[in-house]
Design a protein. Structure first.
Length: 396
């Protein structure tokens, strides 16, 4: 029973990380090899920790909180995490299946949980049921979190190496080693430093701080896994080469030239790639793909219609150009409903205006012949009158 309790959290987290790989599952043989290689990395870690403790004991011979913190930060954390990184680097760096960014997280977690499995078995058999239950929710997820940070920056270092970006390669490669060491060291240092102080108040504060730290670490790691799985991209980008297929299970099986029936993009026996039928350029990232989804960003293959040019990062997408009428197509005026179908509707021609001279006012439009002009009546002239003479009667 204790053996099962020691391995249940390991298996559960391995399955969670494995099924979050949505684009291309990794070969089972490679993952099993990484798990047992991580299990074997316990041996050099134990040797390095023993040597480090002897050196620290000669420098600080008495128990103190400082000694506990130094033991966790400069001995336990580096010895375990550097051993995991060495195994990860030797097996996966030049592996042909390492072609997506999320693959690095899968590899690192399998190595780390191989280490955690054998470590957890030892603690559970020595501590009993209470230890098994406590480590199920603390130590095992903790090793997974350390591996998530390692794999996240490990994939970025791989992409920088392929694209010959030396500065980014050095930065991300260092982060993939140093950041897990610091996170692991703090995880142990809070508890080991608090217990070494032997003060109840300090122990209580250390336990409270450790709980907050563990919750924050698990939440951040979970978010990183979700985002890395959602934004998984192809890190092996060669000019003119087709990207691997997104979700190859939708394509069905294919038979390799060696006779092996495969479901994924590469033959499990000889390593040949799935034959390409036709290639197309992704309108979002510009990658050359050969199947129904882009191998880099997951964009579906565009249907037949207006073609879109690939855009640069940050550039607004281009609107499709509307199709205008050709010059041979004439514009037809709609026929009013009150006219019969035999009558042809003719739009009245616009009235031509005579050319104007510079500074001349435009002439008013001439009335049509059928329009009646308004003529202002002339005023009747009144003859001049003599002084005192009344005007004629009809003149009033």
């Amino acid at each position: 029973m204790l053996f099962a309790l020691a391995l249940i959290p390991v298996v559960g987290l391995l399955l969670f990380i494995y099924f979050k790989d949505k684009k291309e599952k990794e070969p089972a043989g490679l993952l099993i090899g990484l798990f047992f290689a991580g299990l074997g990395s316990v041996i050099p870690a134990i040797i390095l920790e023993a040597i480090g403790e002897l050196i620290l004991e000669t420098v600080i011979p008495y128990e103190s909180a400082l000694k506990g913190v130094l033991l966790a930060m400069i001995i336990v954390g580096p010895a375990e995490e550097l051993g995991k990184y060495t195994v990860l680097r030797l097996i996966t760096w030049k592996n042909k299946h390492f072609d997506y960014s999320y693959d690095a997280i899968v590899y690192a977690v399998f190595v780390s949980l191989g280490f955690a499995a054998i470590e957890n078995i030892g603690y559970v058999f020595s501590g009993g049921l209470s230890t098994a239950l406590m480590r199920m929710f603390t130590a095992i997820p903790g090793h997974t979190s350390f591996a998530v940070f390692m794999g996240y920056f490990y994939s970025k270092a791989k992409y920088a190496s392929i694209t010959n970006n030396v500065s980014d390669y050095k930065k991300y490669n260092a982060l993939s080693m140093i950041l897990p060491i610091i996170i692991h060291g703090l995880y142990d240092a809070i508890v080991m430093g608090g217990l070494a102080s032997e003060a109840d108040l300090v122990i209580g504060l250390a336990v409270l701080l450790w709980i907050v730290y563990v919750i924050a670490l698990f939440v951040v790691s979970f978010i990183m896994v979700i985002k890395a799985s959602k934004n998984d991209y192809c890190i092996v980008t060669l000019p003119g080469a087709s990207q691997t297929v997104y979700r190859p299970v939708y394509l069905g099986n294919w038979t390799c030239s060696c006779g092996t029936v495969n479901q994924l993009n590469f033959c499990a026996r000889c390593g040949n790639q799935r034959p390409l039928v036709e290639s197309w350029t992704c309108p979002v990232c510009g990658a050359v793909s050969a199947f129904n989804f882009c191998g880099r960003c997951g964009c579906p293959k565009p249907q037949a219609g207006p073609q879109m040019m690939p855009r640069q990062p940050g550039q607004m997408p281009q609107q499709p150009v509307p199709q205008h009428r050709s010059s041979q197509q004439a514009y037809q005026q709609p026929v009013p409903q009150h006219m019969s179908s035999r009558q042809t509707y003719q739009q009245p021609a616009p009235q031509q205006m005579p050319p104007q001279q510079p500074g001349q006012m435009p002439q008013p439009a001439q009335p049509q012949a059928h329009q009646q002009m308004y003529v202002k009546p002339e005023l009747q002239q009144i003859p001049p009158q003599q002084p005192g003479e009344m005007p004629p009667r009809g003149m009033l």
